[in-house]
Design a protein around this ligand. Structure first.
Ligand code: BJW
Length: 247
């Protein structure tokens, strides 16, 4: 980012009344965690994440889906937050900024974010795959095998994340809708903006006259609608922003 851009970013942040920051997998890329649609060189590259992260994928092959999530848990447990996670946490503490994430990795919390609206759940919880059974547990044992639910003993335990075709928490959606409808600056960071309902929040903000800022090194479906695109890695952008704000 050049000096003019950094000054403009500081101006947008400091003059906003209410900010909503929406993050996706790209915010964790600089922590070494593969993004959802770009993982090309991992052990799991031959699998399609969109198929694995689905009720159909789990029904067809629960063992493979379970092992994929165990591998991802292991990856995340050995990762640390990067300057984008840290910078976002600092913005939340200094300004009226709400954080909404599609990520399930918990790195925003690890970086000190005081409040995180997790749209797609959390990697480190399991729940029973039978929606009428209420069993849940924390899950950080990356070598735990696929098991039947100890409560109903009829369905497998699965990660407590939201798969395609599944509903997001109505409570979380209501809170995010309310924050987004009232914001005057919406910052989309590291998301391809392809998955709904998350992708619809930028439209909601824009229809209420908020400025839309996208931070993503690659063009997305949001880019042409955004008021400003900073086409650089999020870690680099937030590092520059923090240095400028701390001067
Ligand atoms: C960097 C970077 C760096 C790289 N710095 N950036 C309306 C229209 C059409 C379809 C639908 C609709 N409403 C609902 C649907 C169906 C569906 C959907 O949206 N499908 C689309 C694919 C079209 N949605 C759903 O099914 C949702 N449920 C629902 O709406 O229920 C009601 C309903 C059902 C059916 C029909 C209608 C209504 C549920 C969605 C759940 C998504 N779940 C997943 C898996 C979570 C668990 C897990 O992690 O395993 O969530 S899928 C996956 O995509 C994951 C992510 O959170 C999500 C978004 O991905 P994200 O974060 O954007 O990652 P990438 O990889 O796509 O992009 C990374 C970006 O980072 C890239 O742009 C890079 O350039 C960038 N980047 N390095 C900054 N350093």
């Amino acid at each position: 980012m050049n000096k003019r851009e950094i000054n403009q970013l500081v101006d947008w942040i400091t003059t906003a009344q209410r900010i909503v920051i929406m993050t996706g997998a790209g915010v964790s890329a600089e922590s070494g965690i593969a993004t959802f649609r770009e993982a090309k060189d991992s052990l799991w590259a031959k699998f399609n994440p969109q198929q694995l992260a689905s009720p159909e994928g789990f029904a067809n092959d629960p063992e493979t889906v379970w092992q994929w999530y165990q591998w991802r848990r292991q990856q995340v447990l050995s990762a640390s937050p990067n300057p984008a996670h840290g910078g976002i946490a600092k913005l939340q503490l200094k300004f009226d900024a709400s954080l909404v994430t599609q990520n399930v990795d918990g790195l925003h919390q690890k970086a000190g974010s005081p409040e995180v609206f997790e749209l797609h759940g959390n990697l480190f919880r399991d729940r029973c795959n039978n929606s009428v059974c209420s069993y849940q547990r924390d899950s950080i044992d990356v070598s735990a095998p696929l098991t039947l639910c100890p409560q109903c003993e009829s369905s497998y335990l699965r990660p407590s994340v939201v798969w395609f075709g599944e509903s997001l928490s109505a409570h979380v959606l209501d809170q995010v809708t309310e924050k987004t409808a009232r914001c005057d600056l919406f910052i989309s960071v590291g998301t391809s903006a392809e998955v709904y309902p998350a992708a619809g929040f930028a439209d909601l903000a824009q229809s209420n006259s908020a400025r839309i800022l996208e931070i993503n090194p690659n063009v997305t479906v949001l880019s042409t609608r955004a008021d400003w695109v900073i086409a650089e890695p999020a870690g680099k952008v937030f590092q520059s922003l923090m240095e400028a704000l701390e001067k």
